[in-house]
Design a protein around this ligand. Structure first.
Ligand SMILES: [Zn+2]
Length: 378
């Protein structure tokens, strides 16, 4: 079964220059041909892009979708002047533990559908609101029914009613063993008020020994050694990167560790944005993701994240688009998504706009006209 996407006003593949008046052929879920409209071969099926821009599907490499309840009241209070504090996670933990599997899966499925409708075709999902062996394993199992990019984040916070050392023994022992069969990644929240660098190292090394790849939450709330630790341990990504020192930027420059920026958090907590411009100029690889979670960034919209990156973080629209697609793929160590080279997964978006610049230029407008996904969840 082949499909011709024709009449593309502007095509971005991340493989060579942007093409105008282009076409693209999909065969068996892969990109099979890219070229000028007038040379397009015949196919079984036709999608008319109507002169719109076609871009790779978004790769949202950081989200927390397995949870119950919401925290709209906390957001409202924060907007009225109360400062953000990390303790709200524990409230979501209580609600998540009390929810049934069906409730958790229904909520996560609804959020994934929201993401897809806005152009996300690959999503990573973290655990981290269970924080017992059984509840974390349940979260990982439910997430694994929605994506292959599952991350075990038992080291989100130390839950109530257990000592710090006892909890770390659990996270690096029985909880890890229970979650690893469903997970590809291990993560730790290494920040002020969360886990320190030595604790984070212990968590990551245990995960790597269990066969998981490393990713980290770091430098969201304050500078620390988190970014350098992530680079030292060969993490695929260090996420947030809001408070960086020069030595952090130096470590990220040219490293395989991607700096994943999550500006929905700064928006929703009314905090200063990370300096994406400085990272790109230094030679770091930057990704953009939603961090969708009920506390600090309850958005599923990658177009919104792109708009923030352009408006608030100094990226050009082209850089922001790259970071939200190819950058996210790098952060997940994937080379089959995030671009539209021949052979790539045929995950793409037809925009109701002549250029991807409109994603930032027309914020909040539903410009994603059609999503074509090799996972067929369009
Ligand atoms: Zn997060």
């Amino acid at each position: 079964m082949s499909t011709l996407v024709s009449n593309i006003g502007l095509l971005v593949t991340h493989d060579g220059p942007e093409r105008s008046d282009a076409a693209l052929v999909i065969d068996a879920g892969r990109v099979a041909w890219v070229g000028a409209s007038k040379h397009a071969p015949a196919a079984d099926d036709l999608v008319d892009a109507a002169g719109g821009c076609v871009i790779p599907g978004f790769v949202d490499s950081h989200s927390h979708l397995v949870f119950a309840g919401d925290r709209a009241d906390e957001f409202e209070a924060r907007m009225a002047g109360t400062r953000y504090q990390a303790g709200g996670i524990r409230r979501t933990v209580r609600l998540t533990r009390d929810a049934t599997d069906e409730q958790l899966l229904a909520n996560a499925t609804r959020l994934v559908a929201e993401m897809c409708a806005q152009g996300t075709t690959t999503v990573e999902i973290k655990t981290g609101y269970g924080l017992t062996v059984d509840d974390e394993a349940r979260s990982a199992r439910l997430a694994s029914t929605l994506t292959e990019e599952v991350t075990f984040l038992g080291a989100h916070v130390v839950p109530e009613g257990i000592g710090r050392e006892t909890y770390l023994d659990l996270v690096t022992g029985p909880m890890l063993s229970a979650c690893a069969p469903f997970a590809k990644w291990i993560d730790v929240f290494c920040d002020r008020g969360a886990f320190d660098v030595d604790e984070a190292r212990r968590v990551i090394l245990a995960g790597q020994a269990a066969g998981l790849g490393a990713r980290m939450h770091g430098a969201q709330l304050a500078p620390s050694g988190a970014v350098r630790l992530a680079v030292d341990l060969g993490a695929a990504s260090v996420d947030h990167c809001t408070h960086l020192e020069q030595r952090d930027i130096d470590a990220l420059a040219g490293a395989d560790t991607v700096a994943t920026l999550l500006p929905g958090v700064e928006f929703s907590t009314r905090s200063p944005y990370p300096d994406a411009r400085r990272l790109v100029d230094a030679g770091a690889t930057v990704a953009l993701a939603s961090d969708c979670n009920p506390g600090s960034s309850f958005t599923t919209s990658m177009p919104f994240v792109v708009a923030l990156a352009v408006r608030e973080m100094g990226l050009t629209a082209a850089e922001a688009l790259w970071a939200a697609t190819a950058g996210g793929a790098r952060a997940l160590r994937r080379d089959d998504v995030g671009h539209l080279r021949i052979g790539a997964q045929a995950d793409l978006i037809v925009l109701d706009a002549p250029s991807y610049v409109h994603l930032a230029y027309r914020p909040g407008v539903p410009l994603v006209k059609r999503v074509i996904s090799s996972q067929s969840s369009t």
